[in-house]
Design a protein around this ligand. Structure first.
Ligand SMILES: NC(=O)c1ccc[n+]([C@@H]2O[C@H](COP(=O)([O-])OP(=O)(O)OC[C@H]3O[C@@H](n4cnc5c(N)ncnc54)[C@H](OP(=O)(O)O)[C@@H]3O)[C@@H](O)[C@H]2O)c1
Length: 291
């Protein structure tokens, strides 16, 4: 498999080193996955955090480039790729500490688009002349990245080189699927991938309740439903067939499955899903505006 070192061999402007500004849940999930797959070695990772408690968690797992001083780490690895892995509300304080940033920067922050990121990193408002930032990318993982089954999206400014794109995408693919998305679609796609696990948990719980009502013990019911949902998702991804066509294949005329589908349709399940996605997007937009 491709490794960070191998991809970086032919590119002098970057070194095979990844810096994570913020060492919380998402940084941990992504780095653990990439180390497990052999894409990076622990000595190729540097992590910063606000607290020693967090850094100690990394230290105990064998990581050695750990610091509470963001500027110092950036200075130590001037050609590394820098991931911004703090919560969006902590970013302005962080940007004040790291400006002017010279390394290629990949933001994991939900709801902060590339234009806003560019402006904020440069420290100027939109009306004034902006000093040049390094190339910027966004990567949006989801909760299942922590078990190697993530649905991530990536977008990049035109100035990002193909090699950098390859590095970031290969890194994200260590923890699941990673698809390129244009900036206009990014927030909607990120909301969809980010919220779907919770909607699927609700569906699994409901179907499992149905199993229990029919006499199936809870443990068995939940295991069977979860596995069936995973299998159905795999069939969609691996066959490339339309989900509607796959559904038709399971519905025999006058059979059990179509009887259940009729009940789901009578209760507006499909339109419920559509409305859930719309509501989540509206909420995401309102939250970004309020900031
Ligand atoms: N979690 C998800 O499912 C998910 C999905 C998509 C995108 N994201 C994005 O990923 C980012 C990280 O989320 P998370 O869930 O990993 O958050 P988290 O667990 O709260 O981690 C945030 C980390 O940032 C550190 N930090 C805060 N201010 C800092 C500073 N000035 N310098 C250095 N480190 C600083 C914190 O340090 P301490 O630990 O010492 O407090 C903590 O380690 C967010 O922007 C979020 O929008 C998350």
């Amino acid at each position: 498999m491709e490794t960070l070192s191998k991809i970086c061999e032919s590119e002098e402007s970057i070194e095979p080193m990844l810096i994570f500004l913020g060492g919380g849940n998402m940084a941990t999930a992504l780095v653990d996955g990439a180390v497990k797959k052999g894409f990076v070695q622990k000595e190729q990772i540097a992590v910063t955090a606000r607290s020693e408690v967090t850094l100690n968690k990394w230290r105990n797992k064998g990581y050695m480039h750990l610091s509470m001083n963001n500027r110092e780490v950036l200075k130590k690895f001037p050609k590394a790729l820098v991931f911004i892995a703090v919560k969006p509300q902590a970013r302005l304080e962080l940007f004040d500490q790291i400006r002017p940033l010279t390394q290629v920067c990949i933001s994991l922050m939900a709801g902060v688009n590339l234009k806003v990121l560019d402006q904020e990193l440069s420290g100027c408002d939109s009306s004034s002349h902006q000093p040049e930032n390094p190339p910027l990318l966004r990567l949006h993982p989801n909760i299942a990245s922590s078990i190697g089954a993530g649905a991530s999206i990536i977008s990049a400014q035109p100035s990002v080189s193909p090699i950098v794109l390859r590095v970031v995408r290969s890194f994200a693919e260590c923890t699941g699927l990673c698809l390129p998305v244009d900036e206009e679609t990014f927030d909607a796609a990120g909301t969809l991938a980010g919220c779907t696990p919770a909607w699927a948990f609700t569906m699994i719980e409901g179907l499992s309740d149905g199993g229990v009502l029919s006499g199936v013990p809870r443990y068995l019911s939940t295991q069977l439903v979860a596995q069936a949902v995973m299998g159905a998702a795999k069939l969609v991804l691996e066959s490339g067939e339309h989900p509607g066509a796959l559904k038709d294949k399971v519905c025999s005329p006058g059979g059990t499955t179509i009887a259940g589908i009729q009940q789901l349709e009578a209760r507006g399940v499909r339109s419920g899903f559509i409305e859930a996605v719309r509501a989540a997007n509206e909420r995401a937009k309102a939250m970004t505006k309020k900031e």
